[in-house]
Design a protein around this ligand. Sequence first.
Ligand code: PHE
Length: 448
Amino acid sequence: MSASRGKFNSRIGFILAAAGSAVGLGNIWGFPTQAAGNGGAAFVLMYLILAFCLAYPAFMAELIIGRHGQANAVESLRKVSKDGWQKKFAFIVGFGGILCAALLMSFYSIVAGWMLAFTAEPITTLVGATDTSNWLTAQSTSRNLIFTLIFTLLTVFIISRGVENGIERWSKRLMPALVALLVSLTVYVLTLDGAMDGLKAYLIPDFSQLFEPSLIVSALGQAFFSLSLGTSVIIIYGSYVAKNENLVSLGASVTLIDVFIAFLAGLLIIPAMYVAAAQGVQIFDANGALISGDTLVLTVLPALFDGMGSVGVIVALAFFALMSIASLTSSISMLEAPVSYTVERFGIARNTATMVIGALIFATSCLIIFNFNTLFGFVIALTTQYGQPIIGMLCCIFVGWIWHRSSLLEELKSGNEHVENQLFWKIWPWYTKLVCPVAIALVFIHSL
Ligand code: PHE
């Protein structure tokens, strides 16, 4: 079976695909929104600390498990386990991650659908189709169903084409487009009145807030979500990495890109909010805190774009296209997790597996759309607050406590001969074994 497995054809292909998975609504929406809601720069600082000290080591754990296993998440975890309870445990963790990825996609594609609808809106406004524009931007079951379906179909299309022709090719096209859009928008917004106040709020930390427990919990959750951890996604992408690649530097590159893009998105969104304020848009809530959540992206920013006149149409289009692209490169990784498992475990053709699983995920999205008030927040909390940290922590436990140290070293040496003498090997194994699980568990228990 391994002969027919897909594989990333180039180092840059993997980096862009994994960074594509990592960079998504979490970076461009979640990170700035959370920063806005948690004291601005203090959150940014804590996020940077946790991303490098906890999320990166956990990311490495998943990446190495995948590259060693050269198989879907369940098989890869089973390969590092001994017979008996360990194999069962491997199944639970691997399958749990796959389920988590599928559930994540069911709400993610609804939000991504909003992004597509908001991308279409400037066009319908330009041609004078006011009714359509109103429909596109107002919450409704019909709009949500249609755009979730379109987004799911786009994802299914890419995943059905496989690793090289689907994931790698599309990540290579979409990621540079995303960076170009993000940089141009940021440069433009920073030239507008009010942007400098936003920049100060974003970059000058209020240290008194730094150790607020709620800030730490949010920052860790955000870091795990952003690096796509605890969903078996990094395991499966790792399994498509060639044996002669240096995993330590690959993982570091992806983490750096992810953090950099989140930081850049903050440079765009927070100043944009203050520009909106300078134009009379309400950006603080009743308690004096910056508005966050969907009001920020779906109300404050469109109000800002409206205030810009005709150039605002182009800026709005660019901004929501950026959001849509970022969502797509993430959702393809979510769908790949269950698809790769089904293809390898049951020997089903990739096309069929992709379509069946895509349909099941869309059915779940429909269930959420029809019971929006009860299910939407619930599924988000279930997957991002519970599923991802728990499974991410269990992957660290696999690497630290179950996988034999010499076999782990051998895997790392493949593509990085001298790793044994590097700082990474001196710190990471015990760090992943002791510090990561305890720290993640502490933050998790606290969040309960
Ligand atoms: N990392 C993605 C984002 O920031 C979300 C994601 C989570 C993707 C889990 C895959 C798996 O939007």
